[in-house]
Each structure stands twice: as C-alpha cells, then as structure tokens.
Design a protein around this ligand. Structure first.
Ligand SMILES: [Zn+2]
Length: 154
C-alpha cells in the first residue's frame, strides 16, 4: 500500500501535488496544502495466463487407497482365512493381518505382484503433467492515468 509522502498515511490512491515547489505523492488531506497535479500512476502487475505448455507427462504409480479392503474382499471371495491367504501369497501371516487392518501398505513392487497373482487392481496410475512456466508471462499494466488537474487556491 502506498503511503503519503507527508503524513505517512497508507492509502490506495495518492495524489500528485506540488507542495512548496516539490512534487510529492500525498493523501487528500495533505494535498490541500499545495497544488494538486493529478492522480499518482498506479502500476499493477498482472499475470497473463498463456496456453500452458506441457513439457512432459509422467505416470506415477501408487498403491490404491483402499488396498486393505480390496485384499480382504479377494480373500473372503476365495473363502480363505488369513493364514491360508498368506501361504498362497507367500507372505507372512502377520503381514497379511497388517495389510487388512490397514496398518501397513505394501511396497509398490509387492502390490504389483499381488495384482498379478490376484487379478485385481491394486496399483493406480496417476498421470502427472509437468508444465512449462515460461508459457505464463507476467506483464505490467499501467492503469489509465486519470489526470484531474484541480488548482486550489487558499
Ligand atoms: Zn498525508
């Protein structure tokens, strides 16, 4: 927020005024002590979003959020208990218990293996776009300088 050169008040809009031979940016109150020349040009930085440029796309893989539910449903469908299921998957019983209670999420490679063995989707592929920031140009716009010359006499 610009401040008045004389009293230091913060104001959105300041006036250009000639006070005792010096041109200052002042508030309306201080402007009364001199000659108002016009409004202070306000420069506004604007961001012009251009068409985004995608540099590259990346496919990120991650274990599905509802992994524990998925795996339990598969096991129940096959009518196995956790121990049998663990044996089938060549995993420890305790690990399967943790998976199902959602206290452990398997590593990606493990999830991929389970995906193949159980024929269910346990890994999701998320597409990530890398966007070229150079495609977004920041410009400077000068607001119309509304010159209102008002000469006051005191
Ligand atoms: Zn002032």
């Amino acid at each position: 927020m610009p401040t008045c050169d004389l009293c230091g008040r913060e104001l959105e809009k300041l006036l250009r005024a000639e006070i005792e031979g010096t041109e200052l940016a002042v508030c309306g109150e201080c402007g009364k002590h001199g000659t108002i020349l016009g409004k202070v040009k306000k420069k506004v930085s604007i961001v012009v979003p251009k068409k985004k440029t995608i540099i590259r796309e990346e496919i990120e893989e991650r274990v599905v959020v509802d992994f524990s539910d998925m795996i339990r449903r598969v096991r129940e469908k096959k009518g196995w208990n956790q121990e049998e299921f663990a044996k089938f998957l060549n995993e420890k019983w305790s690990v399967v218990q943790k998976w199902e209670s959602n206290s452990l999420t398997p590593e990606l490679n493990v999830a991929r293996r389970l995906e193949r063995v159980l024929r269910v989707d346990l890994v999701e592929r998320v597409k990530e776009e890398k966007i070229d920031l150079k495609g977004i140009k920041s410009g400077e716009m000068t607001m119309a300088d509304l010159i209102t010359v008002r000469k006051r006499k005191f």
